[in-house]
Design a protein around this ligand. Structure first.
Ligand code: ADP
Ligand code: MG
Length: 613
């Protein structure tokens, strides 16, 4: 007797359902997407016991007529896809599987009413057994009630997380969808408690509602378009970053995707402004003709395939880098606020409760800063630049960072906020921080981090934007170091790249290297240490021979070697010169590990610290 037999339809359906409906959040996703496809402007979601006992999704969309209602829960029944055409998919749904899948594993009731109908209609589906369509009371739109999820496939229940875990997944999902459709209002009730309430609103407000006000205040808008592909959305300033990728939202044609290709693309955008373990926050919307993206590669459509993946990647990188460059002298208010919080906490002991809440009393801290700093972007308001060498004094002799032309100080060292956003230096404290003042802000600069950034950007610009090598400072006494032969070979192979950065290294023997010149911008560095760093770099990972991959490391290590140390005394003209350099240096608001190079306090904040406001 044959061992092979055909499965019953009900079994086939349950197996298929397992693919689409993995967990309660999958039901919520399918139902909410259906509501969006139906043109709803408001969607209410109600959950009990993490969706295991009850899920209700109610919308004010188009509703269904009797025929559609009868078909809606059949497998592969959809109003959204034409049999001839699996390419143009303007809706979130198209597989015609979700309602059928949910229906075979739970008890479903759909109540729906179209505008022109005098009453609503109802249908039930109990583990695949469809009831008859009956009239009932109900509003225009559709209400879908799912009870006892997975009761027909109890094995699945064993694989679910705790109610808290599954509930968190639902909330995260609702927020993700809400972010992609700010024009739609969403509410989420969990076990009788309101967990989300997002009225229809503009995108920045929705971002603030979901990611938090502070996060929204530290994001900048991006816009780019090429060959019918449009990029819009918001990305965080490099000084605002978090330890996970959880707040990186990508939407393709309105569909939330967690696409593996997009994360490295984003990493490439922030690579020289963020440390490896820190992540930016983004809400990025890619809109493109439907035929350029295949959404039919994953049962829950979480992954997609792009037709011109590389071109898309480079468009994203260009667009986002441009946006960051346009805001490159702006530091986030986030760090300032955190610093203020610490300040006020320390003060709280003596100054009472008032102070403890400082950060909350000044919710516009970051917003104010952004407003001020959005008004200037690096150069337009600056006076014509002249050589500044005379004002550099001892600084010039020690560390020749100021070979660029820089606007002259005003002489009186008076605050000139409009002219110089970072103001004029007033003092140096702990031989490490510069205290400056502009018209209405006190600015505190980390001299080492700031200088490091300036050097980094200078060398980077030589490397990438100039045909010439960065200027070198020949060493009066070249220095040599021993290194393994293979490392010597690899350093010599990389010689042109190192020369481009201003370092001249030659071979002295099979196992010895000689450093003849160092980059001019770090002329004061210790050449032996620099050479050792280069050798270590090549010795550390033997696998990666590509010089390109090492350039960022070289830039960082060169910058670190040459920058003014914390603990070095500076004169006022030296400090002013550094501030002016910062103002004209891209990305100067953060060091290349994503830490801020300066923080600021405005008058209102200072007054508030003293209890005056
Ligand atoms: P798909 O969304 O892939 O078409 P579904 O099984 O999710 O498949 O839904 C089947 C059909 O039921 C949809 O194509 C749509 O016509 C109808 N439908 C489902 N939910 C709604 C709703 N909330 N409002 C109006 N029509 C709906
Ligand atoms: Mg659907």
């Amino acid at each position: 007797m044959s061992k092979i037999h055909k499965l019953q339809l009900s079994t086939i359906n349950r197996i298929a359902a397992g693919e689409v409906i993995e967990r309660p959040a999958s039901v919520v996703k399918e139902l909410v997407e259906n509501a969006i496809d139906a043109g709803a402007t408001h969607i209410n979601i109600t959950i009990e016991r993490a969706g295991k006992s009850l899920i209700i999704v109610e919308d004010n969309g188009s509703g269904m007529d009797k025929e559609d209602l009868q078909l809606a829960m059949e497998r592969h029944a959809t109003s959204k896809l034409n049999d001839d055409y699996l390419v143009n998919i303007p809706h979130l749904g198209f597989r015609g599987e979700a309602l059928a899948a949910i229906g075979v594993i739970s008890n479903v009731e759909i109540i729906t009413r179209q505008q022109n109908m005098s009453n609503a209609l109802k249908i039930t589906n109990n583990a695949g057994v469809l009831g008859a369509v009956e009239p009932c009371a109900g509003r225009v739109g559709t209400r879908i009630i799912v009870r006892n999820l997975f009761y027909a496939t109890p094995a699945r229940l064993n694989f679910l997380q705790t109610d808290r875990g599954e509930g968190a997944k639902i909330k995260e999902l609702v927020e993700r969808i809400a972010l992609s459709h700010p024009q739609i209002g969403f509410t989420l009730f969990v076990d009788g408690k309101e967990k989300c309430n997002h009225p229809a609103q503009p995108l920045p407000e929705r971002i603030a509602g979901i990611m938090g006000r502070e996060c929204a205040d530290n994001m900048i808008e991006v816009k780019g378009e090429e060959d019918e592909v449009k990029i819009t959305g918001f990305i965080s300033l490099p000084t605002y970053h978090i330890g996970t990728r959880l707040m990186q939202y990508f939407f393709i044609n309105g569909r939330s995707v967690m696409d593996k290709q997009l994360y490295p693309t984003l990493r490439a955008v922030y690579q020289d402004v963020l440390a490896h373990d820190r992540h930016p926050v983004v809400a990025l919307f890619l809109d493109m003709p439907y035929h350029l993206v295949d959404v039919n590669v994953h049962p829950t459509k979480a992954e997609v395939r792009f037709k011109f993946a590389n071109a898309l990647k480079s468009l994203i990188i260009r667009t986002l880098r441009q946006a960051l460059a346009d805001h490159s002298t702006r530091a986030s208010g986030h760090n300032t606020r955190r610093s203020l919080d610490i300040l006020s906490r320390n003060n709280a002991v003596n100054l009472g409760n008032n102070q403890r809440n400082f950060a909350f009393q000044s919710p516009n801290n970051a917003a104010n800063f952004n407003r001020i700093h959005n008004n200037h972007n690096s150069t337009p308001n600056y006076p014509p630049r002249r050589g500044l060498s005379d004002n550099l004094g001892a600084y010039k002799n020690e560390t020749p960072i100021n070979n660029a032309e820089i606007p002259p100080p005003t002489g009186q060292n008076t605050p000139t906020g409009d002219l110089y956003p970072l103001g004029m230096a007033r003092a140096q404290i702990f031989d490490t921080y510069i205290i400056a003042q502009n018209n209405d802000q006190l600015i505190m600069v980390d001299q080492h981090a700031a200088h490091e950034r300036i050097i980094y950007e200078k060398l980077k610009s030589y490397y990438y934007n100039s045909d010439k090598n960065a200027p070198s400072q020949d060493l009066l006494f070249p220095e040599s170091l021993h290194a393994p032969e293979d490392v010597v070979e690899r350093v010599i192979q990389a010689r042109p790249a190192l020369l481009k950065l201003g370092a001249n290294i030659t071979k002295l023997g099979d196992d010895e290297l000689l450093i003849n010149a160092v980059p001019f911008v770090i002329a004061q560095c210790n050449p032996l240490k620099l050479l050792q760093d280069i050798i270590d770099n090549f010795a550390n990972d033997a696998l990666d021979n590509a010089v390109e991959g090492r350039i960022n490391k070289f830039l960082s290590s060169f910058a670190c070697h040459g920058s003014i140390r914390a603990g070095r005394k500076l004169t006022l003209p030296e400090m002013d010169a550094l501030l002016r350099e910062m103002e004209i240096t891209p990305n100067s608001a953060q060091c290349n590990h994503g830490r801020p190079t300066y923080i600021h306090l405005n008058m209102a904040q200072i007054e508030s610290l003293f209890g005056r406001a």
